[in-house]
Write a protein that binds this ligand. Structure first.
Ligand SMILES: *[C@@H]1O[C@H](CO)[C@@H](O)[C@H](O)[C@H]1NC(C)=O
Ligand SMILES: *[C@@H]1O[C@H](CO)[C@@H](O)[C@H](O)[C@H]1NC(C)=O
Ligand SMILES: *[C@@H]1O[C@H](CO)[C@@H](O)[C@H](O)[C@H]1NC(C)=O
Ligand SMILES: *[C@@H]1O[C@H](CO)[C@@H](O)[C@H](O)[C@H]1NC(C)=O
Ligand SMILES: *[C@@H]1O[C@H](CO)[C@@H](O)[C@H](O)[C@H]1NC(C)=O
Ligand SMILES: *[C@@H]1O[C@H](CO)[C@@H](O)[C@H](O)[C@H]1NC(C)=O
Length: 322
């Protein structure tokens, strides 16, 4: 009896450790291959690339931010500041001056716009650049993105350039992804020159994201007229959409959480900064970023902000792999 019990306990132990081993293995696989709502497995692991290619990859997002903020603040883009910076790339589609009726927002967006111009100069002069990719920053593109965010066609369509609040919500989409990219890039860089540049870019990018989130947080419970959503609800939906597009788990959180589980030390539902269980920034690989900014779930399928795809060796490698 005792023996039988001992045997069955030992059998249980063996089965349990096999089960744990299997669980462990599947967790490891899941950390590398993230499952999406689509149940397609996406590659979430590291890539091999040179410092130059990694830093240049960021130029794609810097071009996007530059054009979006410049048009929003001033009604004109990078070519009006210094046409050489676009290196012959086509002008963006659909940028326009935003009706930033809040003077604080207007000044902040103008400052961000010029900061992005500096980032393009810094990257290009440090590691070299490439022509600005074709960018779609039209009202229609944001309208479609927000339809995808809420899951049905908004009526009337979302207008990114209509007022300060809408522009901030549209801006919520962009620098955060840049920040995630820099967090992923920095530890992979070899040279001190590249590391120093990316550290400095990361600091400013996360500063911009924090300012945008704080401005939205101040209006968190306001309704985004004429829709039924509050500002906070919309940020949660945008973040959820980015997580779904990225396909590598939760790396993106709105400004007020539904419960304290993802809050700082599980103590807050306020979430001015999006961060992990140790309040550290989330990282996203170039492939994850492309899936998000293409809006296609797939780094090999251009679209969204980049109708013809992003530029540089890393982004092009996904396009030519098809
Ligand atoms: C699933 O992914 C495909 C592209 O891979 C995309 O077109 C489709 O909208 C996604 N479906 C959902 C429900 O997210
Ligand atoms: C980084 O440095 C290591 C060690 O010196 C070298 O093996 C590797 O090729 C370098 N990687 C890049 C991308 O330059
Ligand atoms: C820009 O986006 C809008 C909305 O999706 C689309 O109708 C338009 O064709 C896009 N332009 C290009 C050149 O892709
Ligand atoms: C807490 O909120 C998260 C989303 O932020 C959700 O996934 C989770 O199910 C919620 N947990 C509880 C206990 O409601
Ligand atoms: C917060 O909750 C999560 C899951 O519910 C847990 O894994 C984590 O250890 C908690 N963190 C703290 C600081 O209590
Ligand atoms: C991504 O798109 C390419 C080109 O259409 C396709 O070959 C590949 O299977 C897609 N990947 C996934 C995970 O759907």
């Amino acid at each position: 009896m005792k023996l039988a019990m001992a045997r069955s306990i030992s059998h249980f132990k063996n089965t349990a450790s096999l089960f744990l081993l299997a669980l462990n293995l599947s967790l490891t696989i899941h950390q590398v291959l993230g499952a999406t709502d689509n149940s397609t497995l996406k590659y979430c692991g590291p890539i091999t690339a040179t410092d130059t290619d990694r830093v240049q990859f960021a130029l794609n997002l810097e071009f996007l931010e530059t054009e979006f903020f410049l048009y929003g603040a001033l009604g004109k883009g990078l070519d009006s500041i210094n046409p050489a910076y676009s290196q012959g790339g086509p002008p963006p589609i659909g940028g326009q001056k935003a009706l930033l009726e809040d003077p604080v927002v207007a000044r902040i967006i103008e400052e961000f716009a010029y900061e992005e111009v500096g980032h393009i100069r810094a990257i290009t002069s440090t590691v070299g650049g490439f022509p600005r990719p074709l960018l779609n920053i039209s009202r229609g593109l944001f309208a479609r993105s927000f339809n995808d965010v809420v899951g049905y066609p908004l009526i009337p369509p979302f207008e990114p350039y209509a007022n300060s609040l809408n522009f901030l919500l549209a801006a919520y989409i962009i620098p955060y992804v840049g920040l995630n990219g820099y967090v992923s890039t920095l530890p992979s860089l070899n040279s001190t020159i590249s590391r120093s540049l990316v550290a400095k870019l990361l600091a400013i990018e996360s500063g911009q994201d924090a300012v945008i989130r704080t401005l939205l947080y101040e209006r968190a419970n306001e309704r985004v007229v004429p829709y039924k959503f509050t500002v906070a609800e919309l940020t949660n939906l945008i973040s959820a959409r980015r997580n779904s597009l990225g396909g590598c788990g939760n790396k993106d959180e709105g400004i007020i959480l539904p419960n304290k589980t993802l809050g700082a030390e599980n103590q807050t539902t306020s979430n001015v900064l999006s961060a992990d269980a140790n309040s550290l920034a989330y990282a996203r690989t170039p492939a994850e970023i492309l899936r998000i900014v293409y809006g296609s779930f797939n780094e090999s399928v251009p679209g969204g902000f980049f109708p013809k795809g992003a530029n540089g060796v890393i982004a092009k490698s996904y396009l030519t792999r098809i």
